[in-house]
Write a protein that binds this ligand. Structure first.
Ligand code: FMN
Length: 440
């Protein structure tokens, strides 16, 4: 999907639109969703073309993974590589993107209390999850439509996960099948599940994943339909290219196909995804079960013969109910701020979820993790492991597999550094006493 002929012109049109927008000059500019599309660009006003030149030639856009100093450096590189609508899909939150920002900002309210005079010559970052040891607690989150970011999509991510030995969770709407991803990873991956409104379809995805060796199914529960992804919608408006020039579907908002249209029906859109291949999806009208409630979890629990995790739990109450339903693990997540505008960082939800499960099952957390110190803080507050979403996709969009590898390597290096600095020689030793927090 990279290397679109019309990309530069589309980007120019897009930026012209942004710059001529009243938001750009207005006092609300810094709080607007558009900051996600312009973040890190040096915009001093003046002529559109000089702004474009700044962006095109900006020293802040890295030309290779080696030039990156931190994972944030990959974001402008991804923006540069992608057409506006695709970058908008990756960047978007909902409403004002406040929850996207809150997720990262939440970490800045937690301080680290390093201990001194500890021998840190050997630092062990490994974690055990359901009997498997991973060399780091950093997990690759499920991301849909990854071929919209790079032609090799999930396969490039799997190769990077293999090279760096990371656990990978693939999306139900991955652009490669679980068999292909597993082969590229060289080991089983976890399968994220959108079960759809048709039980047999969801069940078939579960059974296919189990057959492919997946040791865990991750049921995502935080997404109803209709999330107001304004940054995406603006980017789509600004991107005047015809979608069908590059790919078949002309649906808008990725998972929001226009119902009933000749090329935009939901079932038709679903059928094109590899994990739905061979299934009768003619009655699929939604990615979520209807109703999506605890009765469904019970039914799923009875069907899934491997580990079952729920992704998207953010409260103590739901954590307790999940344990009662025999769920094996939780991922504290708000879908990277893409579901609803709660303004509550996941790192603040982590504590109550950890309390809710009372140590009975592992709890992972994702959302806003951009630094090794963020990983450290999440572990200190009780996470067994952490997930990263956008940073992996930035690396992928900008440079393919080497970009993803660089992102993973960078976070590992930063985690190792803070573990040494704080005097924690293993993940188990990173306890609450290593942080001071004002989170509730
Ligand atoms: C472009 C994009 C697509 C996503 N697709 C899925 C998905 O298919 N299933 C899912 O459970 N979560 C999905 N997520 C959410 C991520 O798995 C993860 O929860 C989130 O990205 C973590 O926040 P971060 O991006 O700040 O690291 C997606 C996130 C992004 C950015």
């Amino acid at each position: 999907m990279n290397g679109f002929g019309c990309q530069t012109e589309a980007r120019r049109r897009f930026l012209r639109m942004l710059i001529s927008s009243p938001l750009f000059a207005g006092s609300h500019f810094l709080g607007s969703p558009l900051t996600n599309l312009l973040a890190n660009n040096v915009v001093t006003g003046g002529k559109t073309d000089s702004v474009l030149d700044t962006i095109e030639q900006s020293d802040s856009v890295i030309a290779s993974p080696d030039e990156a100093l931190n994972v944030m450096d990959f974001e402008p590189a991804a923006r540069k590589a992608l057409p506006p609508a695709h970058f908008g899909y990756l960047a978007t939150g909902v409403d004002d993107d406040g929850t996207v920002r809150a997720n990262t900002e939440g970490y800045s309210r937690i301080q680290i209390r390093p201990r001194r005079l500890v021998d840190v010559e050997k630092v062990d970052m490994s974690v055990r999850l359901f009997g498997t040891t991973w060399s780091s607690p950093i997990v690759i989150c499920p991301i849909s439509d990854q071929k919209a970011f790079h032609a090799e999509g999930d396969i490039a991510v799997a190769r990077a996960a293999r090279a760096k030995d990371h656990l990978q969770i693939i999306s139900t709407v991955a652009t490669s099948s679980i068999e292909e991803v597993t082969a590229a990873r060289g080991a089983p991956v976890w399968q994220q599940l959108y079960p759809t409104n048709v039980w047999e379809v969801g069940r078939a995805i579960v059974k296919r994943a189990e057959k492919a060796g997946s040791p865990a199914i991750v049921f995502t529960v935080d997404l109803q339909e209709g999330s107001n992804r304004e940054t995406l919608f603006r980017a789509e408006q600004a991107d005047k290219r015809k979608c069908t020039a590059c790919h078949q579907s002309a649906y808008t908002g990725y998972a929001r196909p226009k119902p009933g249209g000749a090329s935009g029906g939901f079932a038709e859109f679903v059928a094109r995804n590899p994990m739905f291949e061979g299934l009768d999806v003619s009655k699929v009208t939604s990615f979520r079960p209807i109703p999506m409630d605890w009765t469904f979890v019970k039914r799923l629990r009875d069907t899934v013969s491997v580990k079952l995790l729920i992704k998207g739990i953010v409260t103590r109450e739901d954590a307790q109910i999940a344990v009662e339903h025999g769920v094996d693990g939780l991922i504290v997540s708000n879908h990277g701020g893409r579901a609803e505008e709660t303004l509550r960082p996941t790192i603040e939800s982590l504590r109550e979820v950890v309390e809710g499960v009372e140590g009975k099952i592992p709890v992972l957390v994702d959302g806003g993790i951009r630094r090794g110190t963020d990983v450290f803080k999440a572990l200190a507050l009780g996470a067994t492991a952490v997930g990263i979403g956008r940073p992996e996709a930035w690396g992928l969009a900008a440079f393919g597999q080497p970009g993803v590898e660089a992102v993973l390597e960078m976070l590992r290096r930063e985690l190792r550094t803070i573990m040494r600095q704080a005097g924690t020689t293993s993940v188990e030793r990173i306890t609450r006493s290593y942080v001071v927090t004002r989170v509730s």
